[in-house]
Ligand binder design. Structure first.
Ligand code: DGL
Length: 274
């Protein structure tokens, strides 16, 4: 039996990734899982992020997703490798879990002129050092300046991304980052919640600096992956179906998901209890 592409995030952020994936590959079936009850992950320990992510990835596979995308930088930074190397061979060795950091790094390497990169992310992503390590694998000359923004995910999860109060936290972090390294020419929005803050981030970032959200990058990279792996592509169903799962309130998910997916359509969600 063919299955869906699973997309996971700690909360709503992964929907910004799913939105772009669905634009690029509308024909596939998707099963989204947001672990809203336990979000945010960004300030949690390695062990906890790994355990939660592992449980969610396994749940998606148990529900007929042969391919799972961790639409979350924190989970990609802290849990991806262990799941790929330790867990997957014991679950279904022919299934795959993909993260979103490597494709982002590959894309940014082609854009930067100065090789000075700015990175906004959760404390978990920044402290894991995953981005600098991934850049160094390809180009050791790249300088990555990471800036943790612990207030940004709560602003988004609580619907305050557009409020005047959000400006304070955004301006503060943009200034902090640009003062770290004025040669930065490219900023990665290294958290899937941040695209909702983009209009405000643009207000404070100098106009000669590119700000890069990940959705489109991940979508193009996934399409490329499936072109290179026809054996996986053949295991995926293509009926244009979408299903949404949340570990928190279905009502709250349905309201917020419309904002993250930028759609007027009603989103039917189902509750998952671990
Ligand atoms: N959206 C997630 C990311 O990309 C993290 C949000 C959270 O802290 O749970 O890192």
């Amino acid at each position: 039996m063919r299955g869906s592409i699973g997309v996971f995030d700690s909360g709503f952020g992964g929907l910004t990734i799913l939105k772009e994936i669905m634009k690029v590959m509308p024909e596939y079936d998707y099963l989204f899982l947001g672990d809203n009850a336990r979000a945010p992950y960004g300030t949690r320990s390695f062990e906890v992020v790994y355990q939660y992510t592992r449980q969610c990835a396994k749940y998606l596979m148990d529900n007929n997703c042969p391919l799972v995308v961790l639409g979350c930088n924190t989970a990609s930074a802290k849990a991806l490798r262990t799941i790929q190397q330790k867990d997957l061979p014991t679950w279904w060795s022919e299934n795959r879990v993909l993260g979103i950091i490597r494709p982002t790094v590959e894309n940014i390497l082609q854009r930067t002129q100065t090789k000075h990169i700015g990175l906004f992310g959760t404390s978990g992503t920044i402290n894991s050092n995953t981005y600098p390590l991934e850049f160094a694998k390809t180009d050791p000359e790249v300088v990555v300046n990471g800036c943790a923004c612990p207030m940004w995910v709560p602003l988004v999860e609580n619907g305050e991304y557009d409020s005047p109060g959000a400006d304070y936290f955004i301006e503060k972090k943009v200034n902090e980052l640009m003062e770290m390294d004025p040669e930065i020419d490219t900023i990665i929005l290294g958290c899937t919640h941040y695209p909702l803050l983009l209009p405000k981030i643009e207000k404070y970032v100098p106009s000669n600096v590119a700000i890069v959200p990940q959705g489109r990058i991940v979508a193009d990279s996934l399409r490329d992956y499936l072109n290179r792996h026809p054996e996986m592509d053949e295991r995926l169903s293509k009926n244009g179906e979408r299903r949404f799962l949340t570990t928190e309130s279905v009502e709250k998910f349905q309201t917020s998901a419309k904002i993250f997916l930028n759609t007027e359509k009603n989103i039917e969600a189902e509750r998952v209890i671990f």
